[in-house]
Design a protein around this ligand. Sequence first.
Ligand code: SF4
Ligand code: SF4
Ligand code: SF4
Length: 312
Amino acid sequence: MSVNPSEFYTPKILDAQLTGMIKTREPGIYSARLRIPVGVLTSSVLEGLANIAKKYGRGEVYLTVRLGVEIPGIPAESFPALREELAAIGVGLAGCGPRMRTTVACKGTVCPHGNIDTFALAWAIDKELNDSATLPHKFKVAVSGCASSCSKPQVNDVGLVGVSEPELEPSPCISCGLCAEACHLGAITLCGGLPVIDRAKCVSCGDCSKVCPVAAIKPKRTGVDLYAGGRWGREKQVGLRIAGYLTQEEAVLATGNIKKWYAGNGRKKERLGQSILRTGPSFFQKEVLKGIPKTKWVQLTPEAGAAFAVLR
Ligand code: SF4
Ligand code: SF4
Ligand code: SF4
């Protein structure tokens, strides 16, 4: 079956998209995109979704690349009943089109590498900021628990990454070398039996302090790094790191400031990264970090500015 591109983005399709019903190649048949913040589904919701997929769709459920869930094969006339049955099991339809998408999080809450409670942060953002308000374009937020960045936060409009800065207290060290072995970036070498951290190589993943058996390497501080303006599509941009070691509350505040700034300053069909390039990264940083202590602002170097480029 072929798709006529002129059928996309008609007012009717946009209306359907607002409700989380995604157009498919089959005329009049939609995929229901569900709002599953952080990708956590209970067994009772799973049972309910299985029944709904059988009743209204083809008995199938799709998993999207952003931890989303879609039920395919839904005829347009089934929308109202489907919505009611989803609401009865506590599931809503997700936003699509030019608006905020469901916040994605890696499993940092339970992952041994996690430096922050990724589920809690993503839930807080989704609860406080996710609405159906129209924005210039789509607006995606992703949270990762450590520098491994499993949820790809740097290619989302807002990316939040848990960080842990290591600090050595030499006296308890037993020179076992486990910290150097744990560091994937070769940032630790043992000199005279004591670890030395190369700060230029360190990405604050926190793995060295997690393996130290005597807590000689400990986190000096933990928190959330904030990236803005990333995107992945026909054109790509790697987000610009604008703040570091935020608390959960500060991360939610800054994400809200960014969404508000984008709503007021972004041009139609312009992604946040393009808006930042057009208005200037320093101006953007000043505007969106109001209320965040200056000590947590990342100094924007010319190199960082040059790396924040549009890629294909
Ligand atoms: S980003 Fe880090 S904390 Fe999150 S799942 Fe990957 S390794 Fe674990
Ligand atoms: S925090 Fe991570 S990158 Fe930095 S020294 Fe420790 S293990 Fe290496
Ligand atoms: S893991 Fe801890 S005890 Fe072992 S060398 Fe590193 S700092 Fe010292």
